[in-house]
Design a protein. Structure first.
Lengths: 231, 180, 461
């Protein structure tokens, strides 16, 4: 919004079409995510928000349209490459499920680093730094089920950001939290993303959460609603 | 905030000790960061009314080089009035003066585009919410700032929810307004 | 009973049945899997039990066209009957494993019924109907075929045989229904209780059972041995069976305990030292809930011990028989007996492996959302696959080593008693063979894993 529209977008989706069975989820949605920006995607339930996030993050292949990331067509990459890209360049935060319940918070955050080839000790040391950054230090040996929802979600943020991704995809990251815990999670996410220059695609139905973003698009029945000129 | 509560807020600020008008305005704006800033003239007239009603009195005048400044202090009756007011509950939204709703209805009556108006209003609300969020999450923001921003954010959010449900029911509303 | 209450009772059972049917129709597909596999397990159990009961109903010597004379004499017939009854153990283990399929959904469904105002009894009846009918289906199919077979082999079965058949045909569904009610006691007690995450079981049950059974074995075993020494008559016959029964319980519970304890030990050891992501995930899961796979793994251990011992005993017996100039009976009389035992062990292994595959599949199905989220976060499919296999491979390696060694020790002891103390090389291969087949059984769940990690799973809360 502020840094002009001249910069090449980090991630661009053009005319995305996707149906779940016979139910259409996306019907020609186009969106651009610029490097370092926080973009909120809002809309009613069933408007296609999550599907849009899945398509952009390379989790789901669209039925039609294109997704371009750093010059490559994500919708045409083989699954193995996509998985690698999601591991190295992207981070994901869901409402829940992204932490493995049997692993401690520290091991959960260390896992992406181990997958990237780091040794266990090194991975755990770097994971501890990230947990400290999100205020979860002192609870690193707890499992997700033993932590409060807010702490677990902040650990999930640490897991998403620990590899230094270019973009983080957050799907209702505060959906299961009370407003205070949600505020802490959002503040942590917005701060860290801005500090690290990470772009964030934030799917939410909550206007107060969307207000953490630099910009907002609204989905209506699978397409992006036309932007209104702010008076 | 109505002028009625400006009286009590100034009385409250005076409760911590005598103070003059400019000082009161500065402390008010500091303490209530997201409220509309007080005009100096408003502070002056309110103080005079407080003196007239016996709730405050003049402490003295001083002028060290600059213009003359009058310091005020609260009276015993002023303290009593402040205690009474602070304990009294605020009436929960006694009158709903909803400008947005009025505009939607007028827009329907005059054959305008209420949906477009609601979308534009929503965008304006979101822009203000982003500003407030930026204020409250700025590094070093004190709790008073955070809380007052939260208060405003929650009210704007309530407006937004109302606008969303209204936008979804515009067809029914239009039929109802047109039929009447 | 009273003519007043019976129509009401009948209509309430009928309405429960209708409710159960409606609930099932709208339920998860995995619940159909549970019902199908439960019916299959019940069919198997009925088959073994029917054969055992019919054989047990025979008195004295007979002349059978099947079994190379093994079924003719009461002594060997008793051995066959106990073998068939022992085969019920893995079948029951398999049924227990099947009860876990979709259990979370079933519990949630029934807890929902309780919340909607159903009485505990209604919920119990519905659950009992569900499991009982599945078992009835299985037992009915087997009973029909068994009776047809029985009539061909034995033109005029005795009354005792018929009574036994009827008892088994009715008993299996009734026991199934009772087990269903028992499994639901917590849901019925608190409608909200089981909606939350199920806490891992503790190892205290099997340990207590093991320690409790040991003195029983010791006392009855001593008495039985003393009894045979004095050669007293029928009065003391109960000690022998009781000792065997105690031994079975002690060995079974001990195996469960061993399996759980190894899983916990290996998990704890590797969770700290794991260097790869797959090992870390598998070890942490083992450490978190070592008792979940313990029952199946225990059955694997028992089969391994039995198989190893069997091969040693077979080797020793055959060596001895060949050395004899004039064996008491035809050689095929002995080999048939041994082959039948071997076949029974193989059947037990097959049932155990099915239980293992079902258990692995179920553990995948219950955590498919976490798995989908891992895949979405870019955890490679190969890592998830490896973690799944390691969950079976890690705890079974030391446990099977112990079981194989234990089996060899018993086998060596036996052959030392009887003769030259030589060991068949095949006995050495039992443990590795079982290990490999366990990994293969676990690997059958891999296709389900790739279906579980579909991002579509991310959409359901």
């Amino acid at each position: 919004m502020t840094n002009g529209d001249t910069t090449e977008p980090l991630l661009a989706a053009h005319q995305l079409v996707k149906a779940h069975g016979r139910t259409p989820a996306l019907r020609g949605a186009s969106v651009e995510l610029r490097a370092g920006e926080i973009l909120a995607v809002t809309g009613a339930s069933g408007s296609g928000k999550s599907t849009l996030l899945h398509c952009l993050a390379g989790i789901v292949r669209p039925d039609g349209g294109s997704v371009t990331y750093a010059g490559q067509r994500l919708d045409r990459l083989p699954e193995k490459r996509l998985s690698e890209l999601r591991r190295t360049d992207f981070g994901v935060v869901f409402q829940f499920g992204q932490l493995i319940p049997e692993l401690t918070a520290l091991d959960n955050v260390a896992l992406p680093l181990m997958l990237a080839g780091a040794g266990r000790a090194e991975a755990r040391a770097r994971a501890a730094e990230w947990l400290e950054r999100f205020g979860v230090l002192g609870q690193e040996d707890l499992r997700p089920g033993e932590m409060s929802g807010g702490q677990a979600q902040r650990a999930a943020l640490a897991r998403a950001l620990v590899t230094g991704p270019k973009a983080v995809f957050a799907d209702e990251p505060t959906g299961a939290l009370d407003s205070l815990a949600g505020e802490q999670v959002m503040t942590a996410l917005a701060h860290t993303a801005r500090e690290a220059g990470t772009a964030v695609l934030l799917v939410t139905h909550d206007a107060q959460v969307a207000a953490y973003a630099d910009r907002e698009i609204q989905l209506r029945d699978g397409v992006v609603a036309p932007a209104e000129v702010t008076a | 905030m109505s002028s009625m509560s400006t009286r009590h807020i100034l009385l409250g600020l005076l409760a911590s000790g005598p103070s003059h008008g400019y000082d009161l305005k500065r402390r008010h704006d500091e303490r209530f960061p997201q409220a509309r800033p007080l005009a100096y003239g408003q502070v002056y007239t309110t103080l005079q009314r407080l003196v007239r009603d016996g709730l405050a009195e003049v402490e003295g005048t001083e002028s060290d080089g600059g213009p003359e400044r009058t310091a005020y202090r609260t009276t015993e009756e002023g303290t009593r009035e402040l205690t009474r007011w602070a304990a009294q509950i605020a009436p929960p939204a006694p009158f709903v003066t909803n400008e947005i709703f009025a505009k939607v209805v007028v827009s329907i009556l005059s054959g305008g585009d209420p949906a477009a108006y609601l979308r534009a209003q929503r965008a304006a609300h979101m822009a203000r919410m982003r500003e407030l969020t930026a204020v409250k999450t700025a590094p070093g923001a004190d709790l008073a700032t955070v809380l007052s921003a939260d208060y405003a954010l929650n009210h704007l959010d309530a407006d937004l929810r109302w606008m969303t449900t209204t936008a979804a029911r515009l067809t029914t509303l239009t039929a109802e307004v047109d039929a009447a | 009973m009273s003519t007043v209450s019976s129509p009401a009772a009948r209509s309430s059972v009928r309405s429960d049945a209708r409710l159960a049917r409606e609930l099932l129709r709208g339920s998860d597909r995995r619940e159909w899997w549970r019902i199908g596999l439960t019916a299959a397990g019940a069919a198997l159990a009925t088959g073994f039990a029917l054969a055992a009961v019919v054989l047990a109903s025979l008195r004295g010597g007979h002349d059978f066209s099947v079994g190379h004379g093994l079924l003719d004499a009461p002594g060997t017939r008793a051995g066959v009957v106990s073998g068939l009854l022992l085969l019920l153990v893995p079948v029951l283990g398999f049924l227990g494993q099947c009860a876990r399929i979709g259990a979370v959904h079933r519990d949630r469904r029934l807890a929902g019924l309780r919340l909607a105002g159903a009485t505990p009894w209604q919920v119990r009846r519905i659950a009992a109907l569900e499991t009982g009918l599945a078992c009835l289906l299985g037992s009915a199919v087997t009973t029909v075929f068994s009776v047809l077979l029985l009539l061909r082999l034995w033109s005029r079965p005795s009354g005792a045989a018929w009574a036994g058949v009827a008892l088994v045909a009715v008993g299996v569904p009734v026991l199934g229904a009772l087990a269903g009610v028992l499994a639901l006691r917590r849901v019925v007690a608190s409608p909200l209780g089981r909606v939350r995450r199920v806490r891992p079981e503790s190892g205290r049950g099997p340990r207590l059972l093991f320690l409790g059974a040991l003195p029983v074995v010791a006392v009855t075993g001593t008495l039985a041995v003393a009894g045979t020494g004095t050669g007293s008559g029928g009065r003391d016959h109960w000690q022998g069976p009781l000792a065997v029964f105690g031994l079975v319980i002690a060995v079974g519970a001990g195996a469960v305990w061993l399996a759980g304890a190894t899983a916990r030990f290996v998990g704890g050891l590797l969770a700290v030292r794991a260097r790869s992501a797959a090992t870390l995930i598998a070890a942490a899961r083992l450490y978190d809930d070592p008792w979940a796979p313990a029952r199946t793994h225990a059955a694997v251990l028992l089969v391994t011990v039995t198989g190893t011992v069997f091969l040693c005993v077979r080797h020793a017996l055959l060596t001895e028989l060949r050395a004899m100039e004039h064996p008491a009976a035809d050689m095929s009389y002995y080999t048939t007996g041994l082959d039948l035992t071997g076949a029974a062990i193989l059947v037990a292994l097959a049932i155990t492996l099915s239980g293992l595959a079902v258990g692995t599949a179920e553990s995948l199905a219950t955590r498919r959302r976490t798995l989908a989220a891992q895949a979405a976060a870019g955890v490679p499919r190969t890592v998830l696959n490896r973690a799944l296999l390691l969950e079976t491979a890690l705890p079974l390696a030391p446990a099977l080593l112990l079981a194989g060694a234990g089996g060899l020790a018993v086998g060596t002891w036996y052959s030392a008693l009887t003769g030259d103390a030589s060991l068949p090389w095949a006995a050495l291969l039992v443990a590795p063979g079982v290990y490999a087949s366990c990994l293969l059984a676990a690997a059958t769940a891999l296709p389900l894993l790739s279906r579980s990690v579909r991002p579509g799973e991310l959409r359901y809360a």
